[in-house]
Design a protein. Sequence first.
Length: 328
Amino acid sequence: MWCSAIGCIVMLTLSLLAAPLASEAQQAGKIRRIGFLTISRPGAQHLFDAFQQGLRELGWVEGQNLAIEWRRRGERAEPLPDLAAELVQLKVEVIVTSSEPMIRTAMQATNTIPIVMAVSAAPVETGLVASLARPGGNVTGLSIQAAEVGGKRLELLKEAVPHAARLAVLWNAANPAKVLEWQDIQVAAQTLGVTLYSVEVRGPDDFDGAFAAIARERPDALIVFTEPLTLRHQRPIVDFATQHRLPTISEGREFADAGGLMTYGASLPALYRRAAYYVDRILKGATPADLPVEQPTKFELVINLKTAQALGITIPPTLLFLADEVIK
């Protein structure tokens, strides 16, 4: 079929315009795949919901243009390296995870797939990133700078329980980030004039011995460093504290929900929601090395008033006023 010169030009122009439009339509219909490496623990679903809400706000909807491969370590304690390897084999475009042990496991599984830290206690000090401003490598995300908040947590406990002079600290000594937190809280303890008693756990089998040691020492209160191991044993820890009438403070609000006296720390739902921002940027072409690690802007103080009453503790009105939530 013959066409005039002008007609041919018009047809050629339309075909050139149609090509990128078709390409964009095809790209819009493409489902991107990311992985999420985590552990199964009580009270965590709201964090995953916050992450997915953050994705939806940025236009990523699971089942429409996004697929999330969830890999959860459950009660059977499936090896984390195996779960991370599965995500690598699936060729996900991003791996999201939290806490130093799981982040390092993901790093050992791949040095090319971008890794987003939803929560990291001390990413620079533990060697996960080169610096907050320029992470380098394939890892970026959010840091809670847990060691720096430990002193504030101790102050709040002392304000709630003024007579507390000997405090037990239950923590996972196999987690490098918690070693830093332990060092920092000792400095705060000297300032406040309290004595700390270190109770270390490194695995699930250590808790019975740890509880026996705390019972022998009979401290005035208990501080729990929050991380995957202690979170998985949240219920036994709270039950032990209740049985021995120990005021307890921790970082994650789940401990207060479960019956612990107080929690203070960065808002985890806010961090998980913000992690979606990093996923969005990476899926749109950004590299982790160029995305600065952010620190939290929102902290939460949660007080379980029901537990305080059961322990015979009167929480000062000033502390109740500061609380983001009071559980009655």
